[in-house]
Design a protein around this ligand. Structure first.
Ligand code: NAP
Length: 280
């Protein structure tokens, strides 16, 4: 019997933890499948992905820098991918059409609420960054009815663009946008670093007093790259700091559940991956 085949595509891709995460999910749930990392060719992405599915690939995860291109390549989008403007999970329907989904936001919210026990309802949230990752987080976060959500970005126009694009989902939340130099005063209950920059010499310079003492500082980046931001947050006396490894495992679990119809238990998988990557 040939095994169902899945993959993650990115460029670079050698660092990807996804093959290990999915192998652990498959082992835990008794699914017969293989999951491998594939290096995406920058000029041949669409052609290659279509060929892989024609050759029998069952599902594909997409990472940097192809998430927007993947959005354009698929035949149809899930509602949340439509909103996010980026696709990280693809599968072929029975008629051969490719569906694109985005599991990043759901993975983030699950990690935040289940592992960290944080309920965004009625809280003040500050997101640094206005790229694809922030776009993916906005729908689930606004859906959880925070009191206030501020998007602060190096290029303020991009933050304002997101503010406009998501205004219809704000409900009772105060949705604001700013540059990094004029972040509206806190304190915030949740600070999310969704930029591709750490703190430090040429990274972010943030004012003190942004966070509540019981607040959470969450860096979407994981491993050593998150260290400077998380050390800064710890020095502010913040209650909980975490990197993005939990989100990575949860967005993978979401994709796995879509593909295989079974949801893996993420806690032991996160612990196993954490044991080899370090971080918090
Ligand atoms: P992106 O679309 O390229 O956006 C990058 C963002 O970072 C932009 O807001 C950009 O600001 C900002 N930025 C870059 N360099 C900066 C600097 N030196 N100072 C201040 N701001 C800077 O990237 P993305 O897809 O949103 O991803 C953001 C981060 O989240 C990446 O590190 C990615 O690895 C991580 N991520 C993690 C997970 C997970 O599962 N844990 C999932 C998705 C993403 P401008 O608009 O001004 O350029």
């Amino acid at each position: 019997m040939s095994l169902d085949r899945y993959a993650v595509v990115g460029n670079p891709i050698g660092h990807s933890l996804s093959p290990r995460i999915h192998a652990l999910f498959a082992e835990q749930t008794g699914q017969h499948m293989v999951y491998e990392a594939r290096l995406g060719r920058l000029d041949h992405f669409t052609k290659d992905v279509r060929a892989w599915f024609r050759e029998g690939l069952r599902g594909l995860n997409v990472t940097v820098p192809f998430k927007e291109e993947a959005w354009r390549l698929v035949d149809q989008h899930s509602r949340r991918a439509e909103r996010a403007g980026a696709v990280n999970t693809i599968w072929a329907e029975a008629d051969g059409l490719l569906t694109g989904d985005n599991t990043d936001g759901a993975g983030f919210l699950r990690d935040l609420t289940q592992r960290l026990g944080f309920d965004p309802t009625g809280r003040a949230i500050l997101i640094l960054g206005a790229g694809g990752a922030t776009r993916g987080l906005l729908e689930p976060l606004l859906g959880a009815a925070p009191a206030r959500l501020v998007i602060a970005n190096r290029t303020p126009e991009k933050a304002r663009g997101l503010q406009q694009d998501f205004a219809d989902l704000a409900g009772g939340a105060r949705l604001e946008a700013s540059g990094l130099e004029e972040i509206p005063a806190g304190p915030y209950d949740l600070l999310i670093n969704a930029t591709a920059a750490g703190l430090g010499s040429d990274g972010l310079a943030l004012p003190r007093g942004l966070l509540h003492a019981q607040g959470i500082a969450y860096d979407l980046v994981y491993g050593p790259a998150a260290r400077v931001f998380l050390e800064w947050a710890e020095a502010q006396g913040v209650g909980t700091v975490t990197d993005g490894l939990g989100m990575l495992v949860e967005q993978a679990a979401e994709a796995f559940a879509i593909w295989r119809g079974v949801r893996p238990d993420t806690a032991p998988v996160l612990a196993a991956i954490r044991a080899t990557t370090g971080g918090v």
